[in-house]
Design a protein around this ligand. Structure first.
Ligand code: MN
Length: 599
């Protein structure tokens, strides 16, 4: 038995049957991967084993650890999800299947995107990650998987290194951060940093070598002095340590501060862990009593936690010998949460000993949902198969180039085309989803790869308003009809807003097309009949029209419409000689509403 497996099995939280399950999953996966090797030359099974160890250390249950051991079997061996289900049951096969599905989300740099588009693309990928994972444990397995892949990144070809590192930095680190896993986020960033910015990385390492050592030294010498002051004030200290800032986050901070190390006060921060919240505030008071704080740098994340749930008091003080130092004060639970986030909640809810940290902040919808999810854990409900509903009503659709568009459920290719570009929306003729032709009203599904077939000229249809789901597409379609100079579109002017330009009468000046608000109120009395029996043109009501003077069409006679150049549709009697000699392509069907014409 490999030592790492032994270590997992020795975890006191696993009961006998847990260990048996994990062991069985290990040997099953090992057999499945057979002679497969990692790029490092090691046996393939070392990879899922390391990832599983990572999760067991974070306190995850046997089911999750076992699923992690099996996470690459469906993707990389001849086994199917059915095989896994038969051997290990529904829950584990569900998790393995979830991890397999996530494998298709891959970040690759898109060329020709500006900064904002690229940021949108990345944000969509992140959301998609959550939307496609059916269970939070799927994401955690994926994070553990990525952690080990980053640890062994040096064995991969250079071009893969860069892509994977970038994906880790752009997608995985932020996801870890969102889940409150501060430690993992920092690790991800620092592991990716040298692959993406090698020159900057070595510059930074050179710069901080002595700086870190000096600062750590200073912190070690100062610790007992602060400790003493707190103890004298009757504050019991659980633990006190110093933390070194992660390289990548330091580099990011330097970029914001003119690369000036003198402006960075938290190269090394001192952390004080206390038994309860009351002591945290007391300790802050004692420290400020002895050391002057820098104004504006006292942060109370206990009463106002960060969106991901992070809680702590931060203050930056003129410490011993006038040195500026950042102090972080928090309880053990807050500390555990700051490091391990959702995993800490998990471990607590299982052991039932400690209470998870309370989070109460306003943020974007999905963070709220994450919070609700955490609340569920708090109440100690059954923790398996928790659906991730953050993006329940969103779908994520790929362009042929791999860009992702985030759309509401029920969105159609028309929405998708407009989401890419207004002109593409206007000119859409058809669409292919996963290389098959689909109708324009086709409901797109998560993960569809959609290709838009476009015509030469913009040609929106009014019917599209019935099939689009996004406000963006709706707006663009309407404004095309409103703004397009083409006379053919006049018939649709205002229909979009179901307004009533139809009161325009022969000889009357037409209201400004763009300012429907200025139109006159409907006149009643003498004109009421005509107003009420407004002709339907091509089956539509509410179009801009006027009654032709030449033949005086009345509601009891058959009529046709003639598309004028800039005055909407002129209504003639079918028998009118003018319409008989008119250009055919401009003739529209028209009739009086049935009730009215019967009168
Ligand atoms: Mn893997």
């Amino acid at each position: 038995m490999p030592p790492l497996l032994e270590k997992i099995l020795q975890n006191p939280k696993f009961k006998k049957q847990d260990s048996a399950l994990i062991e069985r999953a290990y040997f099953f996966a090992k057999a499945a991967h057979g002679g497969q090797k990692r790029m490092s030359g090691e046996e393939y099974i070392t990879h899922p084993l390391h990832a599983a160890y990572f999760l067991s250390e974070l306190g995850f249950d046997a089911i999750t650890v076992a699923a992690c051991l099996l996470h690459d079997t469906v993707e990389d061996t001849s086994l199917t999800a059915k095989n896994i289900e038969k051997e290990f049951g529904k829950e584990i096969s569900f998790l393995v299947d979830g991890v397999t599905k996530l494998a298709k989300i891959e970040y690759s740099e898109k060329h020709g995107l500006d900064q904002k588009q690229n940021a949108n693309h990345i944000s969509s990928l992140k959301k998609m990650f959550f939307a496609m994972a059916d269970d939070i444990r799927v994401i955690l397995i994926k994070l553990a998987d990525r952690y080990h892949n980053m640890e062994t990144l040096k064995y991969l070809p250079q071009e893969d290194q860069k892509r994977i590192a970038k994906e880790t930095l752009e997608i995985y680190a932020p996801i870890a951060a969102r889940l409150g896993m501060g430690y993992l986020k920092g690790q991800f960033e620092d592991m990716a940093f040298p692959y993406i910015y090698p020159a900057e990385y070595s510059w930074l390492i050179k710069q901080i070598k002595t700086k870190y050592a000096d600062n750590l030294n200073y912190a070690e010498r100062t610790k007992p002095l602060i400790k003493r002051k707190l103890q004298d004030a009757g504050i019991e200290i659980t633990e006190m340590n110093s933390r070194i800032k992660h390289y990548y986050s330091l580099y990011q901070k330097l970029l914001r501060y003119d690369m000036d190390f003198n402006k960075i006060f938290d190269l090394v921060a001192m952390r004080i862990i206390l038994p309860d919240i009351k002591s945290c505030y007391e300790a802050l008071g004692v420290i400020h009593n002895f050391y002057k704080p820098l104004p504006g740098l006292i942060k109370d994340y206990i009463s106002l936690p960060k969106p991901n749930g992070y809680q702590s008091l931060h203050t930056t003080i003129f410490c011993e010998k006038g040195k500026i130092v950042e102090i972080q004060i928090r309880t053990a639970e807050m500390h555990e949460y700051a490091e391990n986030g959702i995993a800490a909640h998990w471990a607590y809810s299982e052991s039932g000993k400690k209470k998870p940290v309370k989070t109460d902040t306003k943020d974007i919808q999905w963070v709220t949902q994450l919070k609700n999810f955490l609340k569920e854990i708090k109440t100690g409900e059954e923790f398996s198969n928790l659906k991730i509903d953050f993006f329940k009503n969103r779908i994520f659709v790929f362009t042929p180039k791999g860009e992702v568009k985030d759309l509401p459920e029920g969105a159609t290719p028309v929405d998708f085309a407009y989401a890419i570009h207004t002109d593409l929306g206007h000119a859409i003729l058809g669409a292919k989803a996963n290389n098959k032709m689909v109708p324009l009203h086709y409901e797109l599904r998560n993960g569809d790869m959609v290709e838009i077939l476009k015509g030469k000229n913009p040609k929106p249809s009014f019917d599209w308003l019935k099939i689009v789901k996004t406000a963006e597409a709706r707006k663009k379609i309407k404004s095309w009809f409103r703004d397009s100079p083409s006379p053919q579109n006049l018939q649709f002017v205002e229909l979009a807003n179901s307004a009533v330009l139809s009161q325009a009468r022969p000889g009357q000046a037409l209201p400004g097309i763009k300012k429907p608000a200025q139109r006159k109120p409907i006149s009643i009395s003498k004109n009421s009949i005509r107003t009420l029996s407004e002709p339907l043109i091509q089956g539509q009501s509410g179009l801009l029209y006027k009654l032709a003077k030449c033949c005086n069409p009345t509601p009891d006679k058959k009529i046709r419409g003639y598309m004028t150049v800039n005055r909407g549709v002129s209504i003639h009697l079918t028998s009118c000689s003018n319409i008989k000699s008119a250009q055919e392509t401009r003739i529209l069907s028209a009739h009086w509403p049935i009730e009215k014409s019967e009168k």
